[in-house]
Design a protein around this ligand. Structure first.
Ligand SMILES: O=P(O)(O)O[C@H]1O[C@H](CO)[C@@H](O)[C@H]1O
Ligand SMILES: O=c1cc[nH]c(=O)[nH]1
Length: 236
């Protein structure tokens, strides 16, 4: 058992889906996996292992924000031998090119977090997705002919959900950033450190431009297309 994950050695698969919401983790496990076992309930941050088309897959909640995700990623990568993590998150659309429920595959992640400034002593590091996963996820969206649009591009991993400086977010949009969430930058950095594969796929739950939003229940239980893409990419 690690400090924050109550699993024994071998209970977690090498491939992990990682939503922020632990109840989305439960929904994913119950909806998409067979032979599911819950391996952790520590702090309510649920973790499950099951099988998808015969392959073992785990689903681990990360909580919200880079620091929380970093705890779970560090423990998965250091103590449980995890090799692939695909975040299946929600995000806010920052541009009218995106619509509610569209999918964003995060090629790279900008951030206002100081975690990497501390890690790299002021140098800028560019956290990017694993190219093989990114390409496989994009191919999966084409093969599945999804009823929602998919966008590949930059995401902003913010420290604040209620951002105090929206004018700075607007500047990021001028430089091509599509959407805001709160974890991908840390996920990509930790995966690089541990020579693991990572990708973040997010469904647009809020539209910052139009003010549209989905309910908490919808964020928990209806963002299935990104999960299908993630499973195809991870196991394909
Ligand atoms: O729905 P999840 O995966 O938690 O992702 C997004 O939702 C949370 C904010 O509501 C943040 O964690 C953000 O990244
Ligand atoms: O971080 C997030 C996630 C969803 N919607 C937002 O506006 N921000």
């Amino acid at each position: 058992m690690s400090t924050h994950i109550g699993a024994a050695a071998g209970q977690i698969a090498p491939h992990v889906l990682m939503p922020g919401d632990p109840l989305r983790a439960k929904w994913i496990a119950e909806t998409f996996l067979d032979d599911v076992e819950c391996y952790s309930q520590v702090r309510g941050m649920l973790g499950f292992t099951g099988t998808y088309r015969g392959e073992r897959v785990s689903v681990q909640g990360s909580g919200m924000g880079l620091p929380s995700l970093s705890i779970y990623c560090n423990e998965l990568l250091r103590e449980y031998g995890v090799r692939t993590i695909v975040r299946v998150g929600s995000c806010g659309a920052l541009t009218d090119k995106l619509r509610l429920r569209d999918i964003v595959i995060a090629q790279g992640a900008c951030t206002d977090s100081s975690m990497n400034r501390i890690r790299f002593e002021g140098y800028d590091y560019a956290p990017i997705a694993d190219y093989g996963l990114l390409r496989a996820a994009h191919d999966a969206t084409v093969a599945r002919d999804l009823p929602v649009a998919t966008h590949v591009g930059l995401i902003f991993s913010a420290d604040s959900f209620y951002h105090p400086r929206p004018e700075l977010t607007a500047r990021l949009v001028d430089y091509g950033v599509l959407a805001v969430e709160m974890e991908a930058s840390a996920l990509y950095t930790l995966a690089a450190q541990h020579r693991a594969r990572a990708l973040a796929i997010c469904t647009v739950s809020d539209h910052i431009v139009t003010g549209e939003e989905t309910s908490a229940q919808e964020r928990e239980q209806t963002f299935g297309h990104m999960v299908e893409i993630a499973l195809d990419a991870m196991l394909g």
